[in-house]
Ligand binder design. Sequence first.
Ligand code: KG4
Ligand code: ZN
Length: 338
Amino acid sequence: MTMRILGIETSCDECAAAIVDDGSHIVSSIVATQIAHHAQWDGVVPEIASRLHVEWIQDVVNRALLEAGCSMEAVDGIAVTARPGLAGSLLVGISFAKSLAWATGKPLVGVNHILAHLYAPLLDQDIPYPFIGLIVSGGHTLICRADGFDDIHILGTTIDDAVGEAFDKVAKHYSLGYPGGIAIDRLARNGDSRACRFPMPKLDKGEHRYDMSYSGLKTAAIRQLDAFWDTAYPRSDENLAAAFEKAAVDILVSRLTRAVDDTGIRTVVAGGGVAANSYLRNQLTGHSDMKVIFPPLALCGDNGAMVAGIGFRMLQRGDRDDMTLNAAPRVASFKRGR
Ligand code: KG4
Ligand code: ZN
């Protein structure tokens, strides 16, 4: 019998809900983005984000049900992102999901947003474990070995900024557009990455074999551009975007190649907003040493379908949360080696 799950996602600036059957078939997915409301600040303003979630959440959930052509009665369980993320934003989704669960008597489960990103590509295909996971978003940058949907061994993480954060900060500094990652991706298509040769982080010691670093690249791009610019090339936004994007992606690819070679696991599953980056996708698609599976573009960024998908696995296993479910802005166990 089909198990139909409602997934709710409000961890950052997307107010999202989806209906997914059996953790694989997306029946409906609604993502209401707050981008226009944060654009004038060139970044997500937490209080604005929470307030918009409070206003929008009921309509977003209603639309997910309407598009699926079902009522809450036909839903078998409710999954909601509970960690990590902006506390005020998480609390809106959690409170709404708890109220729904209380009113309808449906089982409730709180989901880890990072694991949900890694589940996104599994929504429309079976991918056997183990695989190497690459999670790249505005808040996280990590390489892991996945032996199950929540059986994750972290191999490497960023030791400072997340890769998406570096895209966003460089774009903000040079007023390239908002959100920064998408703006840089678009500009880079008409730029020449040879215009600027940024240094690669030196993280080759044993304990940092798979770790990444983005604060050096960010500082070089923002404060030391003259030192790295090749004057043979014009100083254009397009050239800067192409050179920055190449450096940011090269850092990821070098660590990923190492993890694949060391573990011998050649299937890689990518997830998170930066997995939408076209240069990253080009570099890794058709790679000779690994088979990289990307989520469709619509499932790279935050969405309710990935939450419903992993929520199905958890509920099916018997996981349940009660009315004490709370938000955890950070997840301590997402450190290397655990
Ligand atoms: O997964 P996500 O929607 O939210 C978090 O969980 O953080 O990721 C958002 C991040 C932002 O930093 C955004 O600039 C970046 O993903 N991003 C991109 C692209 N699209 C979104 N970065 C590079 N290229 C893109 N095409
Ligand atoms: Zn995310």
